[in-house]
Ligand binder design. Structure first.
Ligand SMILES: Cc1ncc(COP(=O)(O)O)c(C=O)c1O
Length: 408
């Protein structure tokens, strides 16, 4: 038997079923028309933002990294909750604009921006987080052609990373950002060339659960901002301190202590040098804002036994939930939080594996978990499906096609 991750708070039982946003799963599936289905809870999203705002210093703006979930109704909701959006491609920029996000509240990071993406961003007044000297030169040239001063921040490749993070984005050679020691010269060049200087974007890593690690990373980031500012001689109007707040996916994982992070950041803001007194600060979060608000529902279509082991075979799989199958950047496969949604709260009776409908042994949604007895027709819930689910999975593999999505 293998343990499963902790079911996020905020989900209820109605009758014997999992309810999301006060509606039973079977009713949600009926409303959507079929399984597989991603359900995102608006109540959960609102609560998460309210709790985060209460814990963080008022001076800190909160941005949404929409790579975590670009579902249009969810973007529209987030637009009313957060202070800015970070996009990672021209495609995400279009989706953000389509959801009503003002261009002035968008920043665009990511290596490999194409000229037409840069041109579109500059013409709209989106902030480019430039990832290299080459990209900055292209942005200046395109700005000159357009007769516009491009809004430019420099993404810095810091010499440190986020300890304990699932994905390190700083420290040593990286394809992201400009190495910190070359940033002052580039910033001075941009300012002299007439760019609309926006400041720094410093993103050191993702998916950290330790408040101490996040606090240490933020302290290092603020110290670096102080050093860069002194070397450049001009205060940055804006600094993106990165993000990295993780969510508990696996057995033993615990929630980030956001009170501790907020208190440390408040103290750090109070101790900033005078030159940064007018600088705006933000953090940029993806999964922390939306991950636990999403549930993937898939129906059991077969129940079989092989060499004494029970397999619950569903109509979903890794083509929608690559991360839960353990194939999206994890080294050792562990079980996400799962439940039999139509027998939610029932006592576990058997050890069974929940698998998808693809013909690959990688298509395992849950391995040897202790579950209530489930049968053909029952719904399975995979939690923590609000981030890097639908848009980060190979939906067209084996001709399966995308899952349905709904915001409730
Ligand atoms: C630049 C940048 N911002 C934001 C994120 C979002 O990370 P998360 O969803 O873990 O908050 C990432 C993730 O890789 C990133 O690279």
């Amino acid at each position: 038997m293998k343990a499963t991750g902790p079911i996020p708070p905020g989900y209820d039982i109605i009758g014997s079923e999992l309810a999301i946003g006060g509606v039973m799963c079977s009713a949600l599936v009926e409303q959507a028309g079929d399984t597989p289905l991603f359900v995102y809870s608006a109540g959960h999203l609102r609560q998460r933002m309210a709790d985060l705002r209460a814990a963080m210093p008022e001076r800190l703006a909160i941005h949404y990294a929409m790579k975590a979930n670009p579902y249009s109704p969810l973007l529209s909701l987030m637009n009313g909750l957060v202070d800015g959006f970070d996009v990672a491609s021209g495609g995400e920029l279009e989706l953000a604009l389509g959801a009503g996000v003002e261009a002035a509240r968008i920043s665009f990071a990511g290596p490999g921006k194409r000229d037409r993406e840069i041109e579109h961003a500059i013409s709209l007044g989106v902030t480019l987080n430039c990832e290299s000297e080459g990209e900055a030169a292209r942005a200046l040239a395109i700005g000159a052609q357009l007769g516009m001063a491009p809004r430019i921040a420099i993404r810095v490749n810091p010499s440190f990373d986020l300890k304990g993070s699932g994905m390190k984005m700083g420290g040593g050679a990286k394809q992201f950002g400009v190495d910190a020691e070359r940033v002052p010269a580039l910033a001075q060049h941009l300012i002299a060339a007439g760019a609309d200087w926006r400041g720094f974007h410093i993103y050191a890593g993702s998916q950290a659960l330790s408040a101490d690690a996040i606090i240490a990373m933020q302290a290092q980031t603020l110290a670096l901002v102080g050093e860069l500012t002194e070397a450049i001689g001009v205060a940055p109007p804006h600094v993106n301190l990165g993000g990295g707040f993780g969510i508990p996916y696996f057995p033993g994982d615990e929630q980030v202590d956001i009170q501790a992070v907020g208190a440390a950041l408040s103290a750090a803001f109070d101790a900033l040098p005078d030159i940064l007194s007018a600088t705006d600060f933000c953090i940029e979060l993806g999964r922390y804002l939306v991950g636990e608000a999403g549930v993937y529902l898939t129906r059991i279509v077969d129940r079989k036994i092989s060499h004494g082991e029970i397999f619950l075979i569903t109509d979903g799989g890794l083509h929608h939930q690559l991360a839960a199958s353990g194939n999206f950047g994890t080294v050792i496969r562990r079980n996400y939080p799962v439940a039999i949604a139509t027998r939610f709260g029932a006592e576990p009776e058997e050890v069974a594996s929940i698998v998808g409908c693809l013909c690959t042994p990688l298509d395992k949604l849950s391995d040897s978990a202790h579950l209530p007895r489930a049968d053909v027709g029952d719904l399975v819930a995979i939690f923590c499906a609000g981030a890097y689910g639908a848009s980060a999975s190979p939906a067209h593999f084996l001709g399966q096609g995308p899952a349905r999505e709904m915001l409730v």
